[in-house]
Design a protein around this ligand. Structure first.
Ligand SMILES: [Zn+2]
Ligand SMILES: [Zn+2]
Length: 303
């Protein structure tokens, strides 16, 4: 099953040096989940070969413009392109008001419905689940209420050892039971144990998305052991004072967090416009956590 994330924007605050404000597209079993939607997200989707019409779920972390200014444009284009299937939007409650106002004064009547889910910024909770994935909020520490998102793959059914099943002439109609770990007796009296004919499926993977926030141990438990941790790293550590003032994280701190929570891989992003090149941020983070990569535009990472 595919579980991967493509970076559409890596810039904080403003678009600069070919870097776009924050947006990421998560592909989980060919269903698409958009995480944040900074200005220019539509163009980025086109640039990297994705169809916006395939997105059914959108998650907005907070209401700073660099995380949602692309949204009304995207929603409007979906309407103009004839979308009729509902779209699920998880976001701070006030976003509903903002969208309603924009649609009201532009006399836009969407052809599709938006199922709006207001996020509770006070406590982490499961906000969505389907057959592929469970999504929980992560309470971050920013200047305005901000939540990250934790995507946990659902455990798959057991895998059949088809060769063995065929060799022992186990009828195909029993395969579904075996996948579900059910033991049974065949009409000819043979006992069949699922462990003999199946293997366990892969361990579910976890993706944690943490932007924007300052270093705050209260959310560390929730991101513990993440296979891939995206953490903002707006500044280098010589700008710590500025990071604290603006409730952001430094590259050194992002690495410290990844190490502390035993993440397997760290993606850093949300880079300040003061950095024309990003090597310094990468080197600083890698010094504390080796498996760090830059979450820059167009890169896709398998979770
Ligand atoms: Zn931001
Ligand atoms: Zn922010």
């Amino acid at each position: 099953m595919k579980f991967e994330v493509t970076i559409l924007g890596s810039s904080s605050a403003t678009p600069i040096y070919n870097r776009n404000p924050t947006a990421q597209l998560l592909n989980c079993n060919e269903r698409f989940y958009l995480i944040d939607c900074g200005e220019g997200t539509q163009q980025q989707l086109i640039r990297y070969g994705f169809k916006a019409s395939k997105i059914d779920f959108i998650f907005i972390s907070h209401l700073h413009g660099d995380h949602f200014f692309g949204l009304v444009g995207l929603l409007s284009s979906l309407h103009l392109n004839g979308r009729t299937k509902p779209l699920h939007l998880f976001a701070p409650a006030a976003l509903k008001e903002i969208l309603d106002l924009q649609f009201l004064h532009s006399d836009t009547h969407l052809r599709y419905s938006i199922n709006f889910f207001p996020i509770n910024p006070a406590k982490p909770e499961v906000i969505f689940k389907n057959n592929d994935v469970v999504v929980e909020t992560i309470i971050l520490n920013h200047r305005i209420p901000c939540t990250g998102f934790k995507f946990t793959e659902k455990k798959r059914l057991r895998k059949l050892i088809v060769e063995k099943l065929e060799r022992d002439s186990i009828p195909v109609e029993y395969y579904a039971m075996l996948k579900r770990s059910v033991d049974f007796e065949l009409p000819d009296g043979r006992r069949v144990n699922h462990l003999d004919y199946t293997i366990d499926s892969a361990i579910p993977k976890v993706y944690c998305y943490c932007s924007d926030t300052m270093y705050d141990e209260r959310y560390f438990d929730q991101i513990k052991g993440a296979d891939t941790l995206y953490h903002e790293a707006t500044f280098m550590h010589d700008m710590l004072e500025r990071a604290l003032e603006t409730h952001h994280t430094t590259a050194q701190q992002a690495a410290e967090i990844a190490k502390k929570v035993d993440a397997k891989k760290l993606l850093i992003g949300h880079f300040s416009s003061r950095y024309k090149t990003l090597e310094g941020l990468l080197e600083e983070a890698q010094a504390g956590f080796e498996n760090t990569v830059l979450a820059t535009e167009g890169r896709t990472f398998e979770i």
